[in-house]
Design a protein around this ligand. Sequence first.
Ligand code: TYD
Length: 136
Amino acid sequence: MKNTKHYTFEIHGDERGSLVALEKTRNIPFEIKRVYYMYGTSSDAVRGCHAHKNLEQILICVNGSCKVRLDDGNEKEEIVLNKPNEGLYICNLIWREMYDFSDDAVLMVLASEYYNEEDYIRNYEDFLRFIRENSR
Ligand code: TYD
């Protein structure tokens, strides 16, 4: 889908195990202002269910697995995140829902802006309207 992208990060591995390094503008395409993560998520929970007016994010399931539904108002896509060195880049104005979390899932998100509730579009009809009005 346009405005989303898959990243595979280099694994620095040796007999001790694996290490992944994330650096702004080197392998992350924005300045990271915020990191948050979700864990202990119920398997029947659906998180997200919103879009952002102005925010870039990378989702990395650093442990376990979860699924992500993406919707840009025209196209829908479902993605499985189950590798700690894979990232899903999501630009602004993409509706996202995260679901099917495994018991051990830890979903980490890197974000280009600080938390700002005003940047959220939490109603799907408002999201579609926002896209229509801003694509004229
Ligand atoms: P919420 O937006 O419901 O999470 P999700 O999109 O994953 O369903 O956020 C849950 C709570 O956490 C809500 O009270 C807002 C707060 N929160 C922050 O304080 N900072 C943050 O960076 C995020 C993402 C959420």
